[in-house]
Design a binder for this molecule. Structure first.
Ligand code: HEC
Length: 182
């Protein structure tokens, strides 16, 4: 009489009937499969690490100014913020100094130069804007020399107190005497 299914006992019995040599082969097979899986996992990890390193190297290979702007300005400004700004070299310089003094941006020694050079090259002013900036720089430079000179000159001209006592009229303008009706 044909039986449709194996009972659980018969199935287990079948497993128990492996010869010692077959068991060794089965164990060996499992070991090989586990090793292959571990190898594949290690390869995947190595590949991911290589991709990560390549991405880091690409980021590090960008010009210094780009990396500095990202590191020193990126905390407060989105990257596309600067695309809407246009300054000449002097304007970018003044802006970066203002960020340091007014807004608390922190730069390392010597970092302002590369930052300003990068910004001025990438987001430049129009020629007219640039000319106006340098005119302003010139005016400030001339003013900072001329103002102290003018103040000193005035002081020297004025002379010592009392020196011109007799030389100047006692009062200026229409003279009105109060308290005496002569
Ligand atoms: C700690 C935050 C902070 C950092 C860091 C910072 N900024 Fe700013 N920045 C501000 C704030 C706040 C304003 C708006 C107020 C103002 O104009 O001072 C501003 C405004 C600006 C403006 C607009 C100015 C204008 O005239 O319209 C520019 C351009 C700018 N920042 C560039 C930079 C650059 C370049 C750096 C990196 C060197 C930088 N910022 C770093 C906070 C920061």
């Amino acid at each position: 009489m044909a039986r449709a299914e194996m009972s659980a006992d018969e199935y287990q019995a079948g497993a128990r009937r492996l010869t010692p040599a077959e068991r060794v082969r089965a164990a060996e097979q499992i070991r090989l499969e586990r090793e292959a899986a571990a190898r594949a996992e290690r390869e995947r990890e190595a590949e991911a690490a290589a991709t990560r390193r390549a991405a880091e190297a690409a980021l590090a290979a960008r010009p210094l100014g780009v990396r500095l702007v990202e590191a020193r300005c990126g905390g407060c400004h989105a990257r596309d913020y600067f695309e809407r700004q246009r300054f000449g070299y002097a304007g970018w310089w003044a802006t970066v100094v203002r960020m340091q003094v007014v807004n608390g941006a922190v730069l390392g020694p010597g970092e302002r130069g590369p930052i300003v050079a990068h910004l001025a090259a990438t987001y430049p002013a129009s020629p007219v804007g640039e000319a106006l900036e340098w005119a302003l720089v010139g005016a400030v430079a001339i003013g900072s020399v001329a103002a102290p000179w003018w103040i000193l000159r005035r002081r020297r001209r004025r002379g010592a107190p009392g020196e011109q006592l007799g030389a100047l009229p006692a009062t200026r303008g229409p003279q009105t005497f109060l308290g005496s009706s002569e």
